[in-house]
Design a protein around this ligand. Structure first.
Ligand code: NAD
Ligand code: TYD
Length: 343
């Protein structure tokens, strides 16, 4: 029997991971622990809510007492930490919550893991901690984060390593690339572009659109975390990428073609400040452990587009709430000053 605490389990990747683990391991229990920030959403767990092996607790990872109480209550032996403030653009507007959750929250969980002698603490990290790269980053490369989000995530990784080295907490880390799939909050590029296209609204492309990201399908991401949890020795970090580097302009083009929407929906808007031109990961280490992505870029993107097409109930609810204020702040002026761009 394994009892996992899935922090951030009501968010995008955490909810997909919870669903994936319930299906794969009938004998495991999954205690979801989530603050339910704007990005947390119980709708993400709706189809698995009746499964008695899953529980939900609303709580903050910075709250040491609540974290310990939950760990004891559910006899947790393993923490998988997905909880984070996760959007670069929001970290540019205000980084406060990023430092609290991504740094202090990670430290709070590590302290609890140390005190309760847990079997494993797994940290969900990101390729953004390596910064703008000119060649695929290896796990041993220096961390040169350039956005407040990336700096807070890199700090989390450094603290995880410190607790492994200093206190012997059995930690592991996975550094995933840009992940797509069902239940991703429509502030991130792909769900934002797809849902805007479905509504015949403009697609705001930052700058020249030639920034490169590596795209990973969410279930491939979950499989990699599962493998590292079960096969890796403590103290290790692994890159997890889809081996799918694409320019943003190519991503937008495929979305419009798949949905049969006109290319004049694309608007060139003012660039993100400090926008990293390229993220890319070397994948030898995780491949050697026995993992490889199952989805090609085209499959990953098509499956994602089809899910948003069939689940308007999920994203229309989000887009009518707090999201509107954020959208106006982030895109209002940008779109008024924008120009059409041929893709
Ligand atoms: P998300 O924003 O969809 O979900 C984050 C979840 O964490 C939400 O449910 C939110 O309510 C919860 N949360 C936030 N602050 C909390 C706190 N203080 N205490 C408890 N819960 C809190 O994010 P996501 O895209 O699912 O990302 C999950 C993890 O994966 C993050 O650590 C992120 O840095 C990392 N990651 C994401 C991507 C990506 O492309 N989305 C890629 C690589 C790594
Ligand atoms: P995003 O999903 O925010 O992820 P990342 O954390 O990698 O920045 O953005 C992916 C890429 O798309 C990134 O290069 C920024 C770009 N982008 C746009 O061009 N327009 C947008 O409205 C958004 C949100 C992102």
């Amino acid at each position: 029997m394994k009892n996992l605490l899935v922090t951030g389990g009501a968010g995008f990747i955490g909810s997909n991971f919870t669903r994936y683990m319930l299906k794969k391991y009938p004998q495991y229990t999954l205690a979801v622990y989530d603050k339910l920030t704007y990005a947390g959403n119980l709708d993400n767990l709706r189809d698995i809510a009746a499964d008695a092996r899953m529980t939900f607790t609303q709580g903050d990872i910075c709250d040491a007492d609540a974290v310990r109480a939950t760990l004891r209550k559910y006899r947790v032996d393993t923490i998988v930490n997905f909880a984070a403030e996760s959007h670069v653009d929001r970290s540019i507007l205000d980084a406060d919550a990023f430092l609290r959750t991504n740094v202090i929250g990670t430290y709070t969980l590590l302290e609890a893991a140390k005190e309760l002698g847990l079997e494993r603490f797994h940290q969900i990290s990101t390729d953004e901690i390596y910064g703008w790269v000119t060649k695929p980053a290896h796990e041993t490369d220096p961390l040169i984060p350039r956005s407040p989000y990336a700096a807070s995530k890199a700090s989390g990784d450094l603290m995880v390593n410190a607790y492994y080295v200093t206190h012997g907490v059995p930690t592991t880390i996975t550094r995933g690339s840009n992940t797509i799939g069902p239940y991703q909050y429509p502030e991130k590029a792909v769900p934002l572009f797809v849902t805007n296209a479905l509504e015949n609204k403009p697609l705001p492309l930052y700058g020249d659109g030639k920034q490169v990201r590596d795209w990973l399908y969410v279930t491939d991401h979950c499989e990699a975390v599962d493998l590292v949890l079960h096969r890796s020795k403590p103290g290790e970090a692994y890159n997890v990428g889809g081996d799918n580097e694409r320019e943003n302009v190519e991503v937008v083009k495929i979305i419009l073609d798949t949905l049969d929407k006109p290319s004049d929906l694309v608007r060139r808007v003012a660039d993100r400040s400090g926008h990293d031109r390229r993220y890319a990961l070397a994948l030898e280490k995780i491949r050697a452990l026995g993992w490889q992505p199952r989805h090609s870029f085209e499959q990953a993107l098509t499956e994602t587009i089809r899910w948003y097409e069939s689940n308007a109930w999920w994203w229309q609810k989000i887009k009518s709430g707090e999201y509107r204020e954020y959208y106006e702040m982030q895109y209002g002026e940008r779109l008024r000053m924008s120009e059409a761009v041929a893709v």
